[in-house]
Design a protein around this ligand. Structure first.
Ligand SMILES: *Cc1c(COP(=O)(O)O)cnc(C)c1O
Length: 387
């Protein structure tokens, strides 16, 4: 088989689409005015921002006034958690979340714990899903915030967000969701799902890295994260990144329009890879829920091999994949997500994530199915554990 380049790490980041680049370009060299300026020339930039805000709002079922542009998903996560905690510290100091959130959430929670907040981490079981009964049981009179990710970046599990939202609304508790992996890939509706705050990031759906947005339900008055000028209705200071905001708006519009078809196409690729791997490689297991799963996520544990060795050999064959989350690679700790769903260290270390999006093809899948089994065989032949 001829060597190919296969990009199967779309959960880490995606290629910016040509349409998005084309939409952005004029805002670097033609309409480069500062949107806060009063002359007509700056109006082009200002209008572009408001157009993008409307595109993001439409994709979420929100109103434009509820959308704030930020620098990345990490910033939105920090703002939501620390802002809520600061705002409501007098009312209560208890927060509910999960043990397998992205580090932008987990490390923000650690900071809050050091400041005297208490966090309950709901169990996520071996399928990687929280149970609404556990949430109900965890709620206390001093609970001020529930933050549960929409979809997990490593194992792709989608949470029962609408049910969680309904419980939080009924109990009068603010509900934040890190929807960075979900936006553009599965339907999200902040009204129907009773979401009060939502984080999203452009580079997970074919917009550039370094631009994100926060949905803040009208009336949720969490304080600023950044102090400075009066941009974003004085809630997020800093001169707006106009080209990237335009790119984010364009990308979310395209993704939303393509979603019904594209999510089916990508899910078929995912299933082809999962079934193919189960068929071709003995002692392999799928991590995460097969039903409630992002269309583009495949995560497997392959017994008796090291994920890092698999990655290096896949790389030699032209395949980009991941063994943990990109943020933790380089460290030898097993993935906190795989630990949270009950895997032992050895199994977690032998895990691989493949993630697919708009540019993924069936040829990519078939190539992985061709090159991975012999790699596993070779590594197992050298492993003292494989007998
Ligand atoms: C990528 C990611 C983030 C961080 O977004 P950045 O824009 O890279 O800061 C947060 N949460 C999840 C679930 C992610 O996948």
């Amino acid at each position: 088989m001829e060597k190919r380049f296969v990009y199967a790490d779309n959960a880490a980041t995606t290629r910016v689409s040509d349409e998005v680049v084309a939409a952005m370009l004029p805002y670097f060299t033609e309409y480069y005015g500062n949107p806060s300026a009063v002359y007509g020339f700056a109006g082009k930039a200002k209008t572009a921002i408001e157009n993008a805000r409307a595109q993001v709002a439409a994709a979420l079922g929100a109103t434009p006034g509820e959308i704030y542009f930020v620098s990345c998903g990490t910033e939105a996560d920090n703002w939501a958690l620390k802002g809520t905690a600061r705002m409501l510290a007098e009312k209560g100091r208890h927060i509910i979340s999960t043990p397998f959130e992205h580090h932008a959430i987990l490390h923000s929670l650690n900071t809050l714990e050091k400041e005297g907040f208490e966090v309950t981490y709901l169990p996520v079981y071996d399928n990687g899903r929280v149970k609404v009964e556990d949430l109900k049981a965890a709620i206390r009179p001093d609970t001020i915030l529930v933050s549960v990710m929409f979809a997990n970046n490593e194992i792709g599990t989608i949470q029962p967000i609408a049910e969680i939202g309904a419980v939080c609304r009924e109990r009068g508790i603010l509900f934040h969701t890190d929807a960075v992996q979900a936006i553009g890939h599965v339907p999200v509706d902040v009204q129907a799902m009773n979401i009060d705050m939502l984080s999203l990031s452009g580079h997970k759906f074919h917009a550039p890295k370094g631009i994100g947005a926060m949905y803040l339900r009208k009336g949720v008055g969490i304080p600023n994260f950044m102090d400075g000028g009066g941009q974003e209705k004085k809630r997020r200071a800093g001169t707006e990144n106009v080209p990237y905001i335009v790119g984010l708006g364009k990308a979310i519009e395209i993704a939303t329009q393509k979603l019904p078809e594209e999510s089916k196409r990508v899910a078929a690729l995912r299933d082809r890879l999962m079934d193919g791997l189960l068929e071709r490689i003995p002692d392999i297991k799928i991590n995460g829920d097969r039903e409630n799963r992002l269309p583009g996520n495949v995560n497997v544990s392959i017994k008796y091999v090291e994920g890092e060795s698999l990655l290096m050999m896949l790389d030699m064959q032209g395949v980009c994949a991941a063994s943990g989350s990109a943020c933790t690679s380089g460290s030898l700790d097993p993935s906190h997500v795989l630990m949270a769903i009950g895997l032992d260290h050895a199994t977690a270390h032998g895990s691989l994530r493949f993630s697919f999006a708009d540019y993924s093809t069936q040829e990519d899948i078939d190539y992985i199915l061709e090159v991975l089994p012999p790699i596993v065989e070779k590594l197992r032949a050298m492993s003292p554990l494989a007998k």
